[in-house]
Unconditional design. Structure first.
Ligand code: FES
Ligand SMILES: [Fe+2]
Lengths: 76, 181, 466
């Protein structure tokens, strides 16, 4: 089993990589939330994430726009 | 590397051709500046297509949206020699108010690049800077690039067959564009 | 009681128009204070034209338009497919949110501090909204959505909005001109909302006051012979295309009609008008430069004739000349041209023209080419207008010049009401009746405290001053 690919979101290509993260990408936030990208507006600022874990339990199963610098990790 | 007689001859031919094309483009500019519009018209092929798309402000990456499409959208110019001839008739009436009194135009052409040769037809790119000075203080600048297709012609050396004008404007800031670029 | 707006010194705004002499002070065109008041009293209240639904066919499509001096985002929502319009100004600290002319978007994200809005204008995110060192999750997002227009109307495909919740319905705002506008938005065979507009907006700047073209370019028939002398001398056909010296085929049978200049002094709309005296549609006249285009329109006209066989045509539209919707939209068949004020001495001209959705390629091309070569800064017809509209401003602006008045008395006192369009004054087609109507309405807006003072919200208001 190979490890799933981690996207490099820092450095000179980070913004471009972030703008193009595909739907289905797994997202972990710096606040301990986790979920999957359901849409990427391509603005370099946000991805829309459906949460499977969230510090606010009411948001589990909900979608929220996540700001790029609240993303801890994005994996394929 | 020019290391064979054939390649050397080809390079020399290209230099000569580029020189001829420059002379053609400079002549065109001078005829317009000297208000010799009918002579300028003579440099245009009967099947000329003269096209200046509009340019949008678009999101990074939406490059196919930047220029208006020749076929479907509104362009600044998308016309043939017949319409250009009509515009010149209008310029010659003496009662075309945005050119009465006439402007002082200076068309500057530079960055001439020989792109390709296909028999009699040659692709040549260039840049234009057109300065307009009119009445006391009316000043406009039209700046951009051109992608031309010219055809060899026994009388005038070349005739212009296709011209794409890429103007560096979004909203047209001058009130009128009454010259040819 | 009506508030009197101070224009300059001690004169009230009403003192700047002399209905007896038929004059308007040049001050109204060159004074920046009056311009500021116009933006408040007129452009914050009137229904303004934004664009056409065919420009944004898909969910998430947006286009930037203007209302007065301000930009609005016109966007089709991704979920309910509704079109809405929002001020293009971030609610956080006022940055222009969208800097693109058009596109397709999930959200609109401000590049300043990343507040972001969805296609219904709701604030759906902000940079650091959850951060314990910033908003701590307390940002009341539901209160900070983009500012939405107060009323929005999709009128047979054309999009209109007003900032004033008290404005009357769009149909009431148009009054007797609603039928005319509908007619102009039909495809050439008479099908409603049957138009596709050519993208994008054609836009250019003109250094003059917005009212110079906005209040006179429909109808101003006495300007045509002189202003457009070069176009006719060069045989550039004025109407649909350039015949380039080719003779037109004129073989239509005479259709009984009369042409007028008209103005609705209560509503401010007016322009050219044709009263047809028998039901049906006049015979088609050849008028297109490009080959084959006339054939298409001849057939379309035949279909329309069947549709309207028993009906007397609307006074505008096909062959009926053009008219203006207050404050500054010129309308004729498939074409809207309007004036967006930028400052007291700068206006931007926008044009949107279209053609039947079902028209074949050669017809689309013919109409598009006509629009390109006729309109705006490269238009061989309108370029002559631009010169005159431009130099009115510097020649009227000086300390001496601005003390003079403009003459708007051509045909004053000769107009008559006509039952065919109730409330509208009919006058000779070369008179300045339409301009006078706009000044009646202009004054009413400038003096009104709110829509309660204005026709038709106030049914008994009579704004006619001359
Ligand atoms: S001004 Fe838009 S986010 Fe601050
Ligand atoms: Fe005109």
């Amino acid at each position: 089993m190979t490890e799933p690919k981690k996207y490099v979101l820092s450095g000179p290509n980070g913004a471009d990589t972030f703008r193009n993260l595909p739907e289905g990408t797994k997202i972990a936030t710096i606040y301990g939330g986790a979920g999957e990208i359901t849409a990427n507006p391509g603005d370099g600022a946000y991805v829309l994430v459906r949460f499977t874990e969230h510090e606010n339990a009411a948001l589990v199963g909900q979608e929220e726009y996540v700001f790029f610098n609240e993303v801890r990790e994005a994996t394929e | 590397m020019v290391d064979t007689p054939n390649a050397a001859r080809q390079a020399l031919e290209d230099v000569v051709l580029k020189h001829e094309l420059e002379q053609f483009l400079y002549l065109e500019a001078r005829l317009l500046d000297e208000r010799r519009h009918e002579e300028w018209l003579d440099l245009l092929a009967d099947d000329l297509h003269y096209w200046m798309p509009m340019r949008r402000n678009i999101k990074f990456g939406d490059w196919d949206l930047e220029f208006t499409s020749m076929d479907e959208e509104i362009n600044w110019f998308d016309e043939g020699k017949d319409i250009l001839a009509g515009r010149i008739r209008q310029l010659k009436t003496g009662v075309h108010w945005p050119e009465e009194p006439v402007s002082r135009f200076e068309h500057i052409v530079s960055n001439v690049e020989l792109v390709s040769v296909d028999g009699d037809e040659i692709r040549v790119n260039s840049k234009f800077f057109c300065y307009q000075n009119r009445l006391q203080d009316e000043v406009n600048q039209f700046v951009g690039r051109r992608e031309d297709l010219v055809r060899r012609d026994p009388d005038t050396g070349f005739k212009l067959v296709f011209r794409k004008l890429i103007l560096a404007q979004n909203v047209m800031l001058p009130k009128v564009l009454n010259t040819f670029l | 009681m009506v508030a009197i707006i101070r224009a300059r010194g001690d004169r009230s705004i009403r003192d700047y128009i002399d209905p007896e002499r038929g004059t308007v002070s040049r001050e109204l065109y060159v004074n920046p204070d009056i311009f500021e008041q116009e933006m408040e009293q007129i452009f914050q209240r009137c229904w303004l034209f934004l664009g056409h639904e065919s420009q944004i066919p898909n969910p998430g499509d947006f286009v930037i338009s203007r209302m007065g001096t301000e930009e609005v985002i016109v966007v089709r929502d991704r979920k309910d497919n509704q079109i809405r319009a929002f001020l293009n100004s971030c609610r956080h600290r006022g940055m222009k949110v969208v800097r693109y002319d058009q596109g397709n978007s999930l959200i609109f994200t401000c590049p300043f501090h990343a507040w972001t809005y969805d296609t219904t204008g709701r604030l759906v995110g902000a940079g650091f909204q959850h951060s314990p060192e910033a908003y701590c999750g307390t940002l009341p997002k539901e209160e900070w959505g983009l500012a939405e227009v107060a009323q929005f109307k999709n009128f047979y495909g054309s999009l209109w909005a007003t900032w004033d919740p008290k404005a009357p319905s769009f149909e009431d705002y148009l009054g007797p001109f609603a039928e005319s506008l509908r007619h102009c938005l039909q495809s050439s065979d008479g099908v409603d909302a049957g138009l596709d507009m050519f993208t994008p907006f054609q836009r250019h700047r003109l250094p003059t006051n917005w009212k110079v073209p906005g209040f006179t370019s429909v109808t101003d028939l006495t300007h045509t012979a002189m202003t457009h002398r070069s176009a006719s001398a060069a045989k550039l056909h004025q109407d649909r295309g350039s015949k380039g010296g080719r003779d037109r085929t004129r073989n239509a049978a005479p259709f009984p009609m009369n042409k007028y200049a008209i103005g609705d002094h209560n509503l401010g709309h007016g322009g050219m008008c044709t009263l047809y005296h028998q039901p049906g549609v006049p015979e088609y006249e050849e008028e297109w430069y490009e080959e084959g285009v006339d054939d298409y329109f001849r057939e379309a006209t035949a279909r329309k004739s069947k549709l309207l066989a028993d009906k007397i045509m609307a006074p505008h539209g096909w062959g009926g000349g053009h008219f203006a919707i207050f404050p500054s939209v010129m309308v004729d068949s498939w074409r809207l041209r309007w004036w967006q004020p930028h400052s007291v001495g700068v206006v931007e001209r926008w044009t949107l023209s279209g053609i039947d959705k079902t028209a074949p390629k050669h017809v689309r091309d013919g109409v598009r080419h006509y629009s390109e070569r006729f309109n705006g800064p490269v238009g061989f017809f309108e370029s002559d207008d631009m010169e005159n509209w431009n130099y009115v401003f510097p020649a009227s602006q000086g300390a001496r010049a601005r003390k003079l008045d403009y003459f708007f008395a051509n045909g004053k006192g000769l107009g008559k009401y006509n039952d065919r369009l109730p409330g509208v004054v009919f006058n000779g087609s070369y008179t300045e009746e339409a301009q006078r109507a706009r000044f009646s309405r202009w004054l009413a807006f400038m003096e009104a405290n709110s829509w309660d003072d204005l026709y038709p919200v106030n049914k008994s208001a009579d704004h006619r001053i001359w």
